[in-house]
Write a protein that binds this ligand. Structure first.
Ligand code: BG6
Ligand code: MG
Length: 224
């Protein structure tokens, strides 16, 4: 196994924006006297804006017309953009910048693979967009994770086979997408949500490319 490229999800992997998505969706649910628990929110990670709205409406037994859904999705995005309006480098998740710059210096090509339509704006705001060779976001895909489209487009654009790319993901849907696309899935966050990943780290603190390669090789040698 040779790792020739890395693909990073954005929300909850590079930057701590997952909590702002949660706040904005919870407010939407509360508009109709509904709610969104943290457990339900886990299922929304990696899911597109409209897919998330559909889930919340269904969970709260609410029916809306096509136009009303568009309005609600727009409102959620306005609230979300307000919440992230002043984010800067301090919202980068601990250790991620060190790994990104190490990979860059090792000439490992990097891709972004995010469901968010705001992804490129956010990468620019936190000053890391220049580290990526290609950025695939929610505007460039038709199918939401767990479909592997976003990662396959990233790998294609880098010219690297999925089997030689690591995908870093914080959501179970993203890990599923990486597995079905034939990538090497690395989970970032809670073990319980990411159990199908080849390896799971609680965060990027003190992680080097070499450590990751060693851990992947060990994990693969344990798999029958
Ligand atoms: C994903 C997030 O990265 O992007 C989801 O995990 C979010 O929570 C999705 O709904 C779409 O984001 P946006 O910014 O296009 O509304
Ligand atoms: Mg994520």
């Amino acid at each position: 196994m040779k790792v020739e490229a890395c693909i990073f999800d954005l929300d909850g992997v590079i930057v701590d924006t997952a909590r702002f998505h949660y706040v904005a969706w919870k407010r939407i649910a509360q508009l109709f006297g509904g709610d969104l628990s943290l457990e339900q929110n886990e299922k929304l990670k990696g899911v597109s804006r409209m897919g998330s709205l559909e889930y919340i409406l269904k969970a709260n037994n609410i029916q809306k017309s096509h136009e009303e859904k568009s309005e609600l999705a727009k409102l959620k995005n306005e609230w979300y953009l307000e919440l992230i309006s002043s984010i800067d480098q301090s919202e980068l998740l601990p250790g991620v910048i060190n790994l990104l710059t190490e990979l860059k210096s090792l000439k490992i090509p990097l891709a972004l693979g995010s469901a968010s339509r705001n992804a490129i704006k956010i990468l620019h705001k936190i000053g890391v967009d220049h580290l990526f060779h290609t950025m695939i976001d929610g505007n460039l895909v038709e199918k939401s994770k767990p479909d592997p489209e976003v990662f396959l487009k990233g790998a294609k654009s880098l010219g690297i086979k999925p089997a030689n790319c690591i995908v870093f993901e914080d959501s179970s849907k993203g890990i599923e997408a990486a597995i079905s696309g034939g990538f090497i899935p690395v989970g970032i966050g809670e073990d319980s949500n990411l159990k199908n990943a080849t390896i799971i780290y609680s965060g990027f603190q003190n992680l080097t490319f070499d450590t990751i390669l060693t851990d992947i090789a060990k994990a693969k040698s344990r798999t029958p």
